[in-house]
Design a protein around this ligand. Sequence first.
Ligand code: FMN
Length: 353
Amino acid sequence: MSLFDIATRAVRMLPAESAHLFTIDALKTGLGRPSPQLDDPRLAVTLRRSGLKLPNPIGLAAGFDKNAEVCAQMLAFGFGFVECGTVTPRPQPGNPRPRLFRLSEDRAVINRMGFNNLGLGLFVRRLSAMDRRAGIVGANIGANKDSEDRIADYVAGVKAVWPYSAYITINISSPNTPGLRGLQDRGALEELLGRIGAAAREMEAVVKNRPLFLKVAPDLDDKAIADIADVALAQDWLSGLIVSNTTIARPDTLVSKHKGETGGLSGAPLMESSTRVLADFHAIVRDRLDLIGAGGIASADDVIAKLRAGAQAVQLYSALVFHGPMLVQRIKADLVARMDATGALNVAELARL
Ligand SMILES: Cc1cc2nc3c(=O)[nH]c(=O)nc-3n(C[C@H](O)[C@H](O)[C@H](O)COP(=O)(O)O)c2cc1C
């Protein structure tokens, strides 16, 4: 058992949010930071539409590093890319605590954080000070809870982070800001993407080729999936979709005492539904948009399942709570072992076997 495994067990004795804050503080000290290692070249992935070149396909999902404090540290744990945020234009405290719950028996998490963050100003200062050589860092942007023009918040976010992030994610799928997910409805989405598209064209003059992704919920029926795909495909500046955020559904299989808490459920019980929604999007968009799969990933098998459903890369978060940060190295080693055993030359080929 590594030092990180022991630390992960110890941190799990703390209440969930205290454990998270402690982890961020510990990471900031830089103590115990692993030295970055070069990935096996067979793990490298270039996303077809955006052209993003990832050293490996496993990313850190948004919400872990909301204030862009420990992106470089998380890259050093072996993530192929790290998404920081969600950041909103103005700082906001989020919902009252407790708002983060471990469902240990279910290998799941419920959160109703509510976009607690320190605001765009500090976020952008940190991003701009970061050494780009550390790796690929994306910025996930959202709207303030009390905003009178939520779309204007997204436009402000896109413009502010554009010069300093490797890619930008437009998050309209958090269940913890009332009404936010209404932006996924056809009419609202057309208006949102229309205004962001105008901002993107303006910013293209400053820095070219900044990939933009739209992050969607898993709680979508066939009509909503078809509408979102249709509106997304109509935007020539949009690179792809991240499928998915947390779910408001509560599968019958849950047994943990916190299963009735309000918020978004993530982790193992989200794997199946989020992968199904990913496959549904893929059936429509095919190669016309890059798909990044998230929801319930905790193993190489899970990564392969997402790739088979149409993802070119993946993200995870909740599994770190139960398996610690060394999980990334373990998943990558497992993928490499499988490529050795099968002769597959890259992960896409491995997923096709
Ligand atoms: C505590 C917590 C906070 C999160 N905060 C955000 C967020 O701020 N923005 C966002 O787009 N997704 C957020 N997410 C969702 C994750 O990025 C991810 O999409 C989701 O948890 C599914 O992946 P997982 O099952 O591997 O955790 C959060 C998830 C958790 C558990």
